[in-house]
Structure formats: structure tokens, C-alpha cells
Design a binder for this molecule. Sequence first.
Ligand code: GRG
Length: 289
Amino acid sequence: MKDLIKLIDENLEKFLPIIYPETIFEAMKYSLMLPGKRLRPVICLETVRMLGGNINNALPTACAIEMLHVQSLIHDDLPCMDNDDFRRGKPSNHKVFGEANAVLAGDALLTYAPQLIIEKSTELSSDIVLKLVHEYVKFAGAYSLIAGQVVDIESENDKLSKSLYETLDFIHMNKTASLFRLAIRSGAIIAGVSTSVINKLDLFAQKFGLAFQIYDDIMDEISTFEELGKTIGKDKKSGKLTYVSLYGLEYAKEKLNLLIQDCYDIVREYDSKILEQILDKLRDRILGV
Ligand code: GRG
């Protein structure tokens, strides 16, 4: 896992040279290079490896997915969205570079990422590259990640057209599971596996995404700033719709456990110590098994 994170960090550094006008590249790089867990690119590379592909061919896509994730974090922290002053243990992008540059840094990461996939995936066929860019724009866009954020914001204003339960599932599936689906599906496409394998792993990604957001909701309640690197207890304070606020802490833990067990069942069909380690970490931190 550490080796993969190092490889991702080196490539993120390499893929984003700072040129004139330095401000935008510095703002992009600031949030990108802060110590994140790199879960999405790690999962992408590990999917390629466990399915017999070459991870070097997946580095541009894995880095692009991290760029999209960081874009969503930068924009999520803006005062007009979730309004958070800290991310990854440091002041949020807009606190350092100002709001206009933070908006632009997010826009720049969002658009540079597919450029990177197209320009640097030199060992992949144009058919595969087209599929990867399609997956990228599909999961980043209005029918996925953006939809999740819109409903998340609406839920804070009690502007709901579905039940609270359906609304929460919609938010989690789109705001969080989308990027894990993108990571796993892209890895499977690069490895060149069949549609049925892609669909099975996609199911893993959906369950993992939901589990990860429940984990994130629980951590907001039980963790510390030092551990999370962002303001904690905010969800409760702002009366936000979360798994914990809707179902309570105990049921949220139970649901997390069930989802993680489902994830183990799928992963055990493959040979992936890394995916199992990620599941172990979530389970052990919350459930103390
Ligand atoms: C695509 C234009 C466009 C906009 C995106 C702002 C937005 C719309 C979406 C926000 C989505 C968001 C912030 C979801 C939260 C997901 C989540 C649990 C993030 C934390 O992920 P970690 O813990 O973070 O993996 P690190 O820092 O470790 O990478």
C-alpha cells in the first residue's frame, strides 16, 4: 500500500509541472499534494494489478481520478458549499489562495485530469482511452457526482422531494460511491476484463462507497481534528442529513459492518491483499474488531 501511495505521489508531482501563471498551478498542487489517503488511485491501480494488467499503463488515469477527487474537496470547502476552513490538516484552498483561485484551481483540476488520460496513456489503445474518458465525465458530471452534491445541499435546506432514506442513499451513491466506481471500473477497463467482471466489481465499488460514507459520517461524530485533518462534529452542529443523524450511531455501525462483510465476500474471489487491508482499516477503526 505504501509503495502504491509513493508511486502515485511521484506521478502526481511529475504530471503537474508549475509554469506561468504560477498561481493556478500552485493552488492546484497545494491541495493535491497534501497528505491524503490516496484511496481512489490506490484502488484503481490495485484493480488493474489483481486483474492481471500493467499498473504503469494506469498511472495517468489513477492520478486523474485523484485530481477529480481533490477538485471536489476544494469546491466542497468553499463558503458557498460546505464552508470548511481546514482540509487534510491544513487551511482549505480558498483560505490560502482566495475564493476566486480556489474555484479556478478546482476547474483546472477537473479539466486537466481527462487531458492527462488522453495525452499520457500512450500504451493504451484509443478505444480504451475513449472508454476511460467516458467513465471520467460520466461519474464527474450532473448525473453522478454533481447530482450528489446538489441533493446534499438541498437536504440542508429541507428541500426534499423524496423520503429522507431515499435522499440519503442518493447522496451517498452519487457524492461518494461515484469516484470509487470510477476508480474500479477504470482499472477493470485497463486490465481488459469482460463486462460481467466489470459489473461484479462495480457492485463492490457501490457497496464500498456507501460503507465509506457511513464510515466518514461516523468519524465526524467520534474522531478528532488531528486524525481527520478537518473540522469535526460539523454534521451534527449543522443538522446535516447523515447516516448517523438518520439512523443513530449503533445502527450506522451495524450497517457499516454488513456492507463491509459483503465487500469481503466479493474481494475474496480475487487475490487482493490491498483491498482487504483497506476493508480491515475501516472495520477495525469503527468496530474495533
Ligand atoms: C465535479 C464540478 C464538479 C463538482 C463536484 C463539490 C462537489 C461537486 C462534490 C463534493 C463531493 C464530496 C466532497 C464528497 C465527500 C466524499 C468524501 C467522504 C471525502 C473524503 O475522502 P477521503 O477521506 O479524503 O478519502 P482524503 O483527504 O484522504 O483523500
